[in-house]
Design a protein around this ligand. Structure first.
Ligand code: CS2
Length: 486
């Protein structure tokens, strides 16, 4: 079967939605994965179609793995998005990505794109661990060898290193103002990114750092954003189905739920695509949106994933179809999170919570529990521990967040060497300490960097996590029903 490309489309008498000859790079994207293709890239295409412009073509950069470059480069950056679930629209071709650069192989190319005056925006989907945050300080992890290498002047490989060195090249070449838009599931992701770049600059020798800091403060903006769309990993069967629909082979095809949302802080240093015309919402304060998304949707997602793994379920939809899991997710959202957060004006919290659980139940999506369970050490804090802390501070029992933490701990203990987590090594080392396994699992993992000291030291929290851990160990998901009726 013929591979998707501009030439193959032409031969088939078809054309991409955008005039590719008139497409220029206006956006540099760091971390092109499935999520960005089904969200930022698609909305940026819609913005350009609404504006009738080609100014916001995307130069996308891969993380460590060049896989997406190898998928999209032979396809001229073209790929499709297929929505699965009620109301899902048919396979759509997206043409906003002009080029894909393998980040680690072409560091100079990345910096040149960020420095180019035609670039006005850098967007990021690098996942939680991509920020290289030191858990204890919340700042840049200067002890991380890749961060240290970037600081020492090597061709940068970390996204923050690429960004900071790219800004340095931009200031030297007088590239003009730039907006950096983080699209990862972290609270106040814009302010966080600005802090990490500032700390990178601070750690540079001599006047170089001071120059970068003052230029960045004066000429750049880092709006925070809330992004939402469930995008599972594409399977071989998905690729075959898309091929049948499209009549061409798309190795970069992505599958997504029909729902999407993007709320963006209205604080830009320069021009931007008309993302509002594409369905995004601009607001003065993203924080309440972020809290609702992270602490309701992502928190419940993690809970459903870890309980699902205990129950032997491969997908989120199968897991949430188990009433024991669904009841725990409702408990978390309605009894613990909603009382702990400030919602954006006009958002009906209970209805939002219910709609999220309905989205989890989408049987056509095939979102795996293993994927959502990955990188737990990076996700537990922003999704669940903030709620646990708030519950304790308000004198309420953090019953459901403690259950989620206990289920994560079961996963860490069960997965052993298979654990998919950047802290897998240190977590395993804690479990291997004398008294660290079995009954000692909970206290051992509570000593990890994942937990803020105050929370780890709260006896009520440790006792609840220990209680749930024992329940899950003894009776699995049946233990949840026994607890409900106790
Ligand atoms: C998920 C998210 O994998 C995960 O951790 O919770 O990727 C989730 O699907 C998205 O944030 C939904 O917007």
């Amino acid at each position: 079967m013929t591979r998707l490309s501009l030439a193959a489309l032409r031969r088939a008498g078809r054309s991409p939605a955008l005039d590719r000859g008139a497409l220029r790079t206006g956006v540099v994207h760091l971390g092109i994965g499935a999520f960005f293709r089904a969200h930022g890239a698609l909305l940026t295409e819609d913005a350009m179609l609404a504006e009738g412009s080609g100014d916001w073509g995307i130069s996308a950069v891969t993380g460590r793995s060049p896989r997406v470059r190898d998928q999209l480069a032979p396809q001229d950056g073209l790929f499709t998005v297929t929505e699965r679930g009620a109301g899902g629209r048919p396979t759509r071709l997206v043409s906003s990505v002009r080029e894909v650069i393998a980040g680690p192989r072409d560091p100079a190319g990345v910096l040149a794109r960020i420095a180019d005056p035609a670039t006005r925006i850098v967007t990021l989907t690098i996942t939680e661990k991509g920020y290289r945050i030191a858990p204890r300080t919340g700042g840049l992890d200067l002890a991380d060898p890749a961060v240290a290498a970037d600081l020492a002047g090597a061709a940068p490989t970390t996204p923050i290193g690429q960004l900071a060195r790219g800004l340095q090249a931009r200031l030297r070449g007088d590239g003009g103002p730039l907006t950096v838009v983080s699209c990862d599931n972290l609270p106040e992701n814009g302010a966080l990114t600005a802090r990490l770049v500032a700390e990178f600059a601070e750690a540079l020798p001599g006047s170089e750092g001071a120059e970068l800091r003052s230029w960045t403060a004066a000429r750049t903006a880092f709006p925070s954003t809330m992004v939402d769309r469930m995008v599972p990993a594409t399977t071989a069967a998905d690729l075959d189905r898309v091929e049948q629909d499209l009549g061409l082979r798309d190795e970069g095809a992505v599958i997504a739920e029909p729902f999407f949302q993007w709320v963006i802080e209205d604080a830009f240093a320069a021009a931007r695509p008309d993302w509002a015309a594409a369905g995004a919402r601009f607001t003065a304060d993203v924080r309440p949106w972020e809290a609702a998304k992270l602490r309701i949707l992502n928190a419940a997602h993690s809970l459903v994933a870890y309980l699902g793994l205990i129950g032997g379920y491969a997908t989120i939809a199968e897991s949430v179809a188990d009433e024991r899991v669904a009841a725990a997710a409702r408990g978390l959202v309605h009894s613990e999170v909603l009382p702990a957060i400030t919602l954006p004006g006009g958002l009906d919290g209970p209805a939002y919570g219910d709609s999220v659980l309905e989205r989890f139940a989408n049987p056509a999506l095939g979102h795996t529990t293993a994927k959502v369970a990955g990188d737990g050490s990076q996700k537990i804090g922003p999704r669940l521990l903030s709620t646990a802390g708030a519950s304790l501070a308000a004198g309420r029992e953090p019953r459901w967040s403690a259950l989620a933490v206990a289920a994560w701990m079961r996963h860490v203990a069960d997965a052993g060497t298979e654990l998919d987590d950047p802290l897998a090594g240190p977590l395993r080392a804690l479990l291997a300490e004398p008294g660290g396994g079995g009954r000692g699992t909970v206290p051992a993992l509570l000593r990890s960097d994942v937990f803020p000291e105050e929370l780890a030291a709260a006896p009520a929290f440790a006792a609840l996590v220990g209680h749930w851990y024992g329940v899950l160990e003894r009776a699995g998901l049946d233990g949840l029903t026994a607890e409900e009726t106790a």
